[in-house]
Ligand binder design. Structure first.
Ligand code: GTR
Length: 363
């Protein structure tokens, strides 16, 4: 059933090099990985800006006594990035559980850093032993067509180039800077770092994890169009809809594919396959038809071809569409399908943490 549905979509082949040869093994996929990264940057998200010449982090504020009733440590950090000799900054909030040993952490690209934010069940995350580095996305670059403010002015000098980076690439770039700095924290478990985002920030989390192999877990919650959902045969939001309202999320070339999904030399399974051999987690919601749960599921399944090359299972789906309130969690990837609408809830966080716990226990 899943196989037939994927075949009917006639996706561009994941495991064929540009020169038409077949990718047969891990070494081949590592070469193909470079092609996949290139095509997605050139056609969809724009080329990632280069890393800063120098990075330093300043602690603005710290509360370690009574934060979360003494269970947590709060720090407000400022990331200083030297770009072309200039000091470009953005803030990050760090919250860690007070405990011994190495701590797995989430780099969370969120809509706000407020510790009571509706998408961030903070106490639950800290009590489960996870740390958090939260980026409030608009502190990096405004969610608008304006490229003159914030980090945007340093990361994109001109939007005239067809593959100039859009805002998703900039938000992802900031998450990578947090990753650059994590080795400086002695108690962060560098083997268990996850990047997570919801909706437009789910697209961002996927692009981050696809481009940066240091993230072991990549979590997309309800990311939909131009995120975890295949564009071919997509219900709800289409490339036309998204480019109409949010062209600046992408590179200028992306809009050329409006109404031409079937001609695209790529689809979103290229993005998800880049997460292999690490752990991909895709969350969908039954009523989130704009995102299209079915195409998010199919896209996750389509990435299995890449996992197979590593001798891995990827997503174990038993060749059937799951029903709501189901976790497909047996394999290397998680598909988490819950009832309800478009949001990131405590239930979602717990599903993602359960999955990471399971993987960590096995090591
Ligand atoms: C919608 C957009 C979606 C999704 C969402 C969000 O309006 O069309 O692609 O990203 O916003 O980020 O909340």
């Amino acid at each position: 059933m899943v196989k037939d549905a994927l075949e009917a979509l006639k996706l561009p082949p994941l495991l064929k090099f540009k020169n038409g040869k077949t990718v047969k093994d891990i070494a081949g996929f590592e070469r193909r990985r470079a092609e996949l990264k290139d095509i997605l940057q050139r056609e969809v998200y724009g080329y990632l800006p280069k890393a800063p010449e120098h990075l330093s982090v300043e602690t603005k504020e710290e509360e370690s006594e009574s934060f979360l009733a003494g269970f947590g440590i709060y720090r407000s950090l400022v990331f200083h990035c030297e770009i072309d000799g200039e000091d470009a900054t953005f803030p990050v909030t760090q919250i860690m559980p007070k405990k011994e040993g190495k701590i797995p952490v989430f780099v969370c690209i969120n809509f706000g850093t407020d510790i009571v934010h509706k998408y961030l069940p903070l106490e639950e995350i800290i009590h489960r032993g996870y740390g958090l580095f939260v980026i409030k996305y608009q502190d990096v670059a405004k969610d608008s067509a304006d490229f003159r403010f914030g980090m945007a002015k340093y990361l994109c000098k001109s939007r005239r180039a067809l593959s100039a980076p859009g805002k998703i690439a900039m938000w992802a770039w900031a998450a990578m800077r947090v990753m650059d700095y994590l080795p400086r924290f002695e108690n962060v478990d560098l083997d268990h770092v996850a990047v997570i985002g919801h909706s437009r920030l789910g697209k961002t989390a996927l692009f981050t994890g696809a481009m940066d192999e240091r993230f072991r877990y990549v979590i997309s919650n309800d990311s939909g169009c131009s995120g975890a959902a295949l564009s071919r045969g997509k219900e709800g939001e289409t490339i036309e809809n998204i480019c109409d309202r949010f062209p600046y999320w992408f590179c200028p070339r992306y809009k050329h594919y409006i109404g031409k999904e079937h001609e695209m030399p790529f689809d979103q399974h290229f993005l998800l396959s880049l997460i292999a051999p690490r752990h991909l987690m895709v969350g969908s919601a039954e009523n989130d038809l704009w995102a299209d749960p079915r195409n998010e599921f199919l896209c996750t399944a389509a990435a299995n071809e890449a996992y197979a090359l590593y001798g891995m299972q990827g997503l174990v789906h038993h060749d059937a569409f799951p029903s709501p309130d189901t976790e497909l969690a047996e394999g290397d990837c998680l598909y988490h399908y819950r009832r309800g609408g478009h949001y990131l809830s405590r239930l979602d966080w717990n599903a993602y943490m359960d999955f990471i716990d399971k993987k960590r226990e096995k090591e």
